[in-house]
Design a protein around this ligand. Structure first.
Ligand code: SF4
Ligand code: SF4
Length: 104
């Protein structure tokens, strides 16, 4: 059954092709943004293992940051980080700070 065959939607959630989350930018769903204290990060990569959206950016075996186009802000990385160097900050707070700085 195609998505709109006879004007009807298929029942339930249907994933038509696996591994397609990278094609969908879901960062706009986020309420809280992960922010890392990079000087405390040990590059253990536990956050990379646990992130359900593959939104941890890495390079040469090191943590580099977050892919904010795909991070949904679930906070799992902050919970699992063994040294607790990830804080979940409200997007509105961060946007407010950016606006204030831009207005100076
Ligand atoms: S889990 Fe924490 S310490 Fe480990 S790589 Fe991620 S941010 Fe760094
Ligand atoms: S908040 Fe969730 S989706 Fe975003 S980087 Fe952390 S674990 Fe991944």
């Amino acid at each position: 059954m195609t998505l709109h065959q006879n004007g009807a939607m298929p029942e339930g959630a249907v994933i038509f092709s696996p591994g397609n989350s990278v094609e969908r930018e879901t960062g706009g769903w986020r309420v809280n943004r992960p922010v890392v204290q990079m000087d405390r990060c040990t590059h253990c990569m536990i956050c990379w293992i646990f992130c359900p959206d593959s939104a941890i950016e890495t390079g040469e075996g090191k943590f580099l940051g977050f892919d904010l186009a795909h991070c949904k802000g679930c906070g799992i990385c902050a919970t699992e980080c063994p040294v607790k160097c990830i804080d979940m900050i409200e997007e509105l707070t961060l946007l407010g700070a950016a606006t204030e700085q831009g207005g100076r």
